[in-house]
Write a protein that binds this ligand. Structure first.
Ligand code: NI
Length: 277
């Protein structure tokens, strides 16, 4: 019995590789998330970036609550089953009139996970529109891994500037439009990209990556994840701990260690040893 997704929504996810939209937060709650993020950015004197952009839920209690939000977990459970780890999360922020973009890629390419049972919940803190660079996806493209090449393009928001090395039929792509507080779900093999933000306001999204406990990391040692629902009977990942308070010193130290290990996996073979964006 599904918890949140209807039978047709689930069938659509499996057929297309994504499902959209699912309401998680009210507009007011989403605005509250944006405010918390921007309060922190004002304190640190700039947009969140580098390794702080990733696994940020291990640093802030409000993001820890968000990655455990029952509506997100209910939808993800409908796809992946009852025992869920949050493997990662990343902010995808495009400033107003910003050249930053995301090339066509499949998330699975460098993640090193043993099988493609991985769902991204992409939660919009602001509306995601055609003008501000909403994600685009090619329905049904999630059936096989294809070759990628690294470009390391500076305005590409992806770690290696990686892009799909075969032709992508962009005519078939659809825009993933979201209201603030809604999310899309997408499969780890989905072909997706997003163009620059041509609007006068920031576009803020928080991408949360979930796996069932039976998935393994096969590209390196010491990967870790946060149990967010059910039980972990496999122990394939080092257990992560939530922060007790925002930016608690022990949580900040643990996060730095975790990001070092994750960079070793995601940047393997490049000579880069830490998150640069
Ligand atoms: Ni992606």
């Amino acid at each position: 019995m599904a918890k949140l997704l209807s039978a047709s929504a689930l069938a659509q996810y499996h057929r297309d590789g994504f499902y959209v939209p699912i309401r998680v937060l009210s507009r007011e709650e989403a605005a509250g998330c944006r405010r918390r993020l921007e309060t922190y950015e004002a304190e640190r004197g700039g947009a969140i970036g580098g390794e702080l952009r990733h696994k940020t839920h291990l640093l802030f209690t409000w993001l820890d609550r968000l990655v455990r939000h029952p509506r997100i977990l209910d939808a993800v459970e409908d796809v992946l089953g009852p025992n869920l780890l949050c493997w990662s999360s990343s902010f995808f922020i495009k400033e107003a009139n910003d050249a930053a973009y995301v090339s066509w890629h499949q998330d699975a390419t460098y993640w090193g996970l043993s099988q493609p049972d991985v769902v991204t919940a992409w939660l919009a803190f602001t509306d995601a529109t055609v003008e501000n660079g909403a994600m685009r996806m090619v329905p049904g493209s999630h059936v096989a891994q294809v070759a990628h090449r690294d470009t390391f393009a500076p305005t590409n928001l992806l770690s290696r500037g990686q892009e799909i090395a075969v032709e992508v039929d962009e005519a078939k792509a659809v825009d993933i439009l979201l209201e603030a507080g809604s999310m899309s779900l997408h499969h780890v093999l989905m072909f997706h990209s997003s163009p620059p933000n041509r609007s006068a306001d920031r576009r803020i999204g928080y991408a949360i990556r979930y796996i069932p406990t039976y998935v393994r990391q096969v590209a390196g040692d010491g990967d870790s994840a946060l149990l967010v629902r059910g039980v972990d009977e496999y122990h394939h990942f080092e257990p992560e701990e939530p922060p007790v308070t925002d930016l608690a010193p022990d949580a900040v130290a643990r996060h730095a260690e975790i990001m070092k290990r994750q960079a070793e996996i995601l940047y393997r073979g490049t000579g880069i040893d830490r998150f640069t964006k």
